[in-house]
Design a protein around this ligand. Structure first.
Ligand code: ATP
Ligand code: MG
Length: 427
């Protein structure tokens, strides 16, 4: 016997009935995007490796250790499965010169790939809903993205504050971060004897990471370290204040978290995360921020931009945790067919019904009448259409109300299917 083949570790099948939850969530997102005026983009899953190295930065977790990269065996090109989609969307906008006449509000839903250790809320193929607003400098768009996410939580039935909450920070501009970093290195060097071994090592490679140390002996030192917020100039502060003013006026509570830096090089000014306490360690459902330098860095005419990426698996896990289910989708009609020779007439009627929008299930060939009625009941269908011999001989079909046994069965004319289709649809 041939060995059985299995999916790649960390890459999951999405199967019924779970796939129905995915479709429902995707529909919720698409309707949200229509209401906010965002257009859909679909860029390739495979991109040149150089795009991500240039876009995300060489010394990021993603580029250093999480990317699926390979050589195209046909021509030797270095390619990668996309680990995120901001770089791809920006590449595409530059390539097609789509930023020439103002801004673009875009969104995508699709798979991303990162070679990480699979665990709850973390897989190697996962899916993101992402938004990129390209060509907009104003804090209004930062606030718009945050508020449209709140609208999504509300639409899904999540309670902001207890189920999911917002963390916010400003990273200022690169020169402001540079000045802060220099002050931090000075400060830490002056207190080098208080640093633990790990932090000694990081002092010159990655001093910001020292601030993440959990070592209790170093907390006082960290607490007193120079803060980035003290290095922000007037423009950066004004931008942050303007974002906060909109959120405050909208009644959205948030926490300003000076430790929130996000993992990628390209962010500046506003950064944010929507986090939940209900998913354990993988509690960041959505992260985003401004990346005004990226378009130029990838070879485009300088233009500001802001976006976010939301982990679909984590959002679905959160909904499951909170017992928020997609509304059940029962068919309108279940067709019960006693004899196979009726099928040509049955199909004629069902095709007309389906063309009119009525959802119809049928399993004529699989089972006898009793089994078909059992399936009709468990399908949740409102009606059974029974294509019995006698009715068919009269050019009719019997309609039975499956949810209300008191309603008498009645006969409908097969010549006028289109006339009663609407009634079945709206019932
Ligand atoms: P984390 O800190 O959890 O690794 P991240 O900062 O790497 O997250 P981003 O690059 O900001 O994540 O991606 C945006 C969102 O995509 C995350 O907030 C998360 O919901 C989701 N996500 C990221 N990596 C994975 C993964 N390996 N599996 C499932 N979801 C993921
Ligand atoms: Mg990560």
């Amino acid at each position: 016997m041939a060995t059985t083949l299995r999916a790649v570790k960390g890459m999951n099948d999405i199967l019924p009935p779970d796939s129905a939850r995915w479709e429902w969530l995707e529909e919720q997102i698409r309707s949200l995007m229509r209401r906010y005026g965002y257009a859909n983009v679909r860029t390739p899953i495979v991109e040149p490796t150089a795009l991500f190295v240039r876009g995300l930065g060489e010394v990021t977790d993603i580029v250093e250790k999480e990317m699926y990269s390979f050589e195209d065996s046909m021509n030797g090109d270095r390619l990668s499965l996309r680990p995120e989609n901001t770089a791809g969307v920006v590449r595409s906008m530059i390539e097609h010169n789509l930023l020439r006449d103002g801004g673009r509000r875009l969104y995508y839903i699709g798979p991303m790939f990162r070679h990480e250790r699979p665990q709850k809320g973390r897989s190697r193929q996962f899916h993101q809903f992402g938004v990129e607003a390209l060509g907009y400098a104003g804090p209004d768009v930062d606030a718009e993205l945050i508020l449209l996410l709140r609208a999504l939580w509300r639409q899904l039935g999540l309670v902001e504050g207890s189920d999911i909450r917002l963390e916010l920070n400003s990273l200022g501009q690169p020169d402001e971060r540079q000045a802060h970093r220099a002050a931090l290195v000075d400060y830490l060097t002056a207190h080098a004897q208080q640093l633990d071994e790990d932090s000694q090592r990081r002092l010159h490679s990655n001093p910001l990471r020292i601030l993440d140390s959990k070592n209790p002996a170093m907390q006082a030192l960290i607490e007193a370290a120079p803060k980035l917020s003290d290095f922000l100039g007037a423009d950066s502060l004004a931008h942050f204040d303007a974002v906060r003013a909109v959120l405050d006026a909208a009644g959205l509570a948030y926490r300003v978290n000076p430790r929130l830096v996000r993992g990628l090089d390209y962010y500046n000014l506003t950064v944010f995360e929507w986090v939940t306490e209900r998913l354990g360690a993988q509690g960041t459902v959505c992260g985003g921020g401004r990346y005004d330098g990226l378009i130029e860095q990838l070879g485009g005419k300088p233009a500001p931009a802001v976006g976010f990426g939301l982990g679909m698996e984590r959002l679905l896990l959160l909904l499951e945790e909170l017992k928020i289910a997609a509304p059940a989708e029962a068919p309108n009609v279940y067709a019960v067919v006693p004899a196979a020779d009726a099928l040509p007439k049955v199909f004629a009627a069902l095709e007309t019904l389906r063309a009119a929008g009525v959802s119809v299930l049928m399993n004529a060939g699989l089972s006898g009448m009793k089994a078909q009625f059992r399936r009709a009941d468990s399908s949740g269908a409102r009606y059974a259409l029974i294509f019995g011999d006698e009715e068919l001989a009269r050019g009719e079909v019997a309609l039975k109300d499956l949810r209300d046994a008191a309603v008498p069965q009645r006969s409908l004319s097969l010549d006028k299917v289109a006339d009663w289709a609407a009634e079945l649809l709206n019932a």
